[in-house]
Design a protein around this ligand. Structure first.
Ligand code: MN
Length: 323
């Protein structure tokens, strides 16, 4: 019996959701099962390759809905969960009691724990620490920007390792540990520990690059770091450097995409009022009300830059309008 679990790749909540789902499944659905973990990333073009839906059961966690009949479980908490209105209707008509959506949850991991407990009798107490930290990390519940950028907690170090993973076998190896042992212990594993020091160094370098690049106007930050290999930079660094900011728009590049990241400062002097998921959806992206992103193909750098500039202009205008 094979269960394939698709999860939001390069994301602490995505990996933790896959971990929690598989623990819950083994404890409450069936035990004689082999899990295969496959990461999914937002990219320009088709998100799913249906040929990959080859498990006896196929689950998607912390990622967009698929109406494929081969998908038998789904959990998500993103505001932009449906690619099309048809997908939303398909979900609403689903009778399986195995597909769940609630954008009010801070983390998908916490959402899975709650549903698994209430509907399937799962005991979430052994994974309470994991749920706490996915809420903190995915919900940006740090007390201040210093805490978010200093990265002292084991969960934050794991987030750094997960977000910068280059080896596609790494996160699938990590997932079975996440819901099974303390996070501090996972950091000591021989396949994890050596990854951290160079990443912490790169983190320091990214702070220096962002310090030089950020253009701050109307409490809105704009930066273009497409000429640096810094995708996966800590998204709180801009607010650490510019505590006066409300919004940030960043352009970064990796081997397979150019990414426009649109965020809001969790510690902003005044509340953000623009729904960033909606802004990103207009450009083919998505996310949550307070943080979103748009992915473009690597050859679409100029289109991405234009979109990033337009979004920064729009956010600046909205800040000026309320002054
Ligand atoms: Mn999430």
């Amino acid at each position: 019996m094979k269960v394939r679990v698709f999860y939001h790749d390069k994301c602490f909540d995505g990996a933790s959701s896959a971990a929690l789902f598989s623990r819950f499944y083994r404890e409450r659905i069936r035990n004689d099962v082999t899990f295969v973990f496959s990461g999914l990333l937002h990219r320009a073009g088709a998100l799913f390759d249906e040929k990959q839906f080859d498990g006896n059961e196929n689950a998607i966690v912390d990622f967009k809905y698929s109406s494929s009949p081969k998908i038998t479980w789904w959990f998500d908490h993103h505001q932009s969960a449906f690619l099309t209105p048809e997908d939303a209707t398909h979900f609403e008509q689903d009778q399986s009691n195995r597909k769940f959506y609630d954008p009010d949850f801070k983390s998908c991991t916490g959402f899975i724990a709650t549903v698994a407990e209430q509907r399937f009798g799962f005991d979430p107490s052994p994974v309470a620490d994991l749920v706490h930290w996915t809420d903190v990390v995915d919900g940006a519940m740090y007390p201040d920007a210093q805490t978010a950028v200093e990265m002292k907690a084991p969960a934050m170090k794991l987030t750094l390792v997960i977000e910068s993973a280059q080896d596609y076998t790494f996160i699938p190896r990590l997932i079975p540990l996440l819901a099974a042992q303390p996070l501090a212990e996972i950091l000591e594993e021989s396949f994890v520990a050596p990854l951290l020091p160079p990443l912490l160094e790169r983190h320091q370098r990214s702070i220096a690059v962002l310090k030089e690049r950020i253009e701050s106007r109307d409490q809105t930050l704009f930066f273009d770091i497409t000429d640096h290999d810094l995708e996966g930079y800590n998204k709180f660094v801009p607010y650490y450097l510019h505590p006066e900011s409300i919004y940030s728009v960043g352009l970064s590049k990796s081997s397979f995409r150019v990414k426009v990241s649109v965020g809001s400062n969790p510690w902003a002097p005044s509340e953000p009022t623009v729904n960033l998921a909606k802004v990103c959806e207009r450009y083919g992206g998505g996310g949550h009300a307070r943080v979103g992103a748009i992915s473009f193909g690597v050859t679409q750098e100029e289109v991405a830059r234009k979109a990033a500039r337009e979004i920064a202009d729009e956010l600046r205008a909205s800040v000026r309008a309320r002054q």
